[in-house]
Design a protein around this ligand. Structure first.
Ligand code: MLT
Ligand code: MN
Ligand code: ZN
Length: 299
C-alpha cells in the first residue's frame, strides 16, 4: 500500500491567512525553521496507479499539482483519484470537494451523517448527480473503494463540525460525525484518525497491531491556543486530544503495538512544528513522526 500525506496541517494551514503567531510568522520568514503546510488530507493506493483520497481540503488544487502521481495520465480528461472518503464534515475536510467537479467521475464515501451534511448544502451539487456517485457507509462494515483496497470506518470521540454546532452540542460523543478509517491492502493495515477527542480502551484495541497510525496532532497541550494568545478554545472544546498531558495521545498509545506513528492535522500553533525545538525532539524520542506535506511511505 502506498500512502502520501498531501496536507499535514489542521484547518487554516500554516501559515494561516490571518495569523501572526510565532509559527505562522516563521513559516513566512524562515521556512527552514517552520515548514509551511497545507490542510489535512491523504491519498492511499494499492498499486500506485489508482488512488483513494481521504478528506478533500481547501488546498487540494495545490496538493494535486504538487503530487505527480495524481496528475491526469490517460486521455484528455482523467484523474488517478477514483474514490474520495470523508472522515468528518469539517471545512478543512470537505471544502476541496468544490474543486473536484468538472465532470470527473468518482465515488464519494462517508457515513450517512457526514454525506447528509454535504447533501444539505446545495453548493456541493457541483459534484453532479450521475457523474459523482455518493455512497453512505455503515460503521464496522468493510468496503472496497478500489480493487485491492479495503476500508472499515469506526467512530471515535469527537463532535459535529464547527459550522453545524448549535445548543445541542455534545463534546466527546462517539457518533457517525467523526470517524477513523482502517485501510487494508495486501495484509497491511493503516489507521487514519485525523480527529479524535479522547484516547479510549476501544480505540487502543481497534488500532493494536497496525502497520501505521496517522493520528490527530492538532495540539501539544490542551491549552495551546490560549498559550499562543490566539484564542480561548481548548483542544477538548475543538474535539482534539492533546499529544501531552494526562490522557494525551503520546502516553495513551505508548503501550499499543504500532509499526509507525505519525502526527497529522497539526494546528499552526503547535510547538512541535518548529524544526529543532525541544518539543519536536521529545515527541520523536517517544517514537512519533511529525508529518510534513509530501511525506510518502509504503506498507
Ligand atoms: C477542527 O479540526 O477542529 C476543524 O477543522 C475546525 C474548523 O472547522 O474550522
Ligand atoms: Mn480540522
Ligand atoms: Zn498561527
Amino acid at each position: 500500500m502506498r500512502v502520501v500525506i498531501l496536507g499535514s496541517a489542521a484547518g487554516g494551514g500554516l501559515p494561516q491567512w490571518n495569523c501572526r503567531c510565532p509559527n505562522c510568522s516563521l513559516a513566512r520568514s524562515a521556512p527552514g525553521r517552520v515548514r509551511p503546510r497545507t490542510q489535512s488530507s491523504i491519498v492511499v493506493s494499492p498499486d500506485g496507479a489508482d488512488w483513494l483520497l481521504v478528506n478533500a481540503s481547501p488546498d487540494i488544487r495545490q496538493q494535486l499539482s504538487d503530487t505527480p502521481v495524481l496528475h491526469p495520465r490517460d486521455g484528455l480528461r482523467h484523474s488517478p483519484i477514483r474514490a474520495v472518503l470523508l472522515t468528518n464534515g469539517d471545512v478543512d475536510h470537505v471544502a476541496g470537494l468544490l474543486t473536484l467537479r468538472e465532470g470527473q467521475p468518482y465515488t464519494l464515501y462517508g457515513t450517512g451523517n457526514i454525506l447528509g451534511s454535504v447533501a444539505d448544502n446545495r453548493v456541493f451539487d457541483v459534484m453532479a448527480a450521475g457523474v459523482v456517485a455518493r455512497e453512505a457507509l455503515t460503521l464496522g462494515t468493510r468496503f472496497e473503494p478500489l480493487p485491492g483496497l479495503a476500508v472499515t470506518l469506526f467512530s471515535v470521540p469527537g463532535k459535529v463540525p464547527l459550522w453545524l454546532e448549535d445548543a445541542s452540542l455534545e463534546l466527546g460523543a462517539e457518533t457517525e460525525s467523526t470517524v477513523g478509517a482502517m485501510i487494508e491492502a495486501d495484509g497491511r493495515r493503516l489507521a487514519y484518525i485525523p480527529g479524535c477527542a479522547r484516547i479510549t480502551d476501544a480505540l487502543r484495541a481497534r488500532i493494536e497491531g497496525v502497520d501505521a497510525l496517522l493520528f490527530d496532532g492538532t495540539v501539544l497541550h490542551d491549552d495551546d491556543m490560549i498559550r499562543a494568545g490566539v484564542g480561548t478554545k481548548t483542544g477538548w472544546r475543538m474535539g482534539h486530544v492533546p499529544m501531552r498531558g494526562e490522557g494525551g495521545s503520546v502516553a495513551g498509545l505508548r503501550d499499543v503495538a504500532i509499526g509507525r506513528r505519525v502526527f497529522v492535522h497539526i494546528n499552526n500553533t503547535n510547538p512541535v512544528l518548529v524544526e529543532g525545538s525541544a518539543e519536536r525532539a521529545a515527541v520523536e524520542a517517544d517514537g512519533w513522526t511529525v508529518a510534513h506535506d509530501g511525506l510518502t511511505f509504503s506498507l
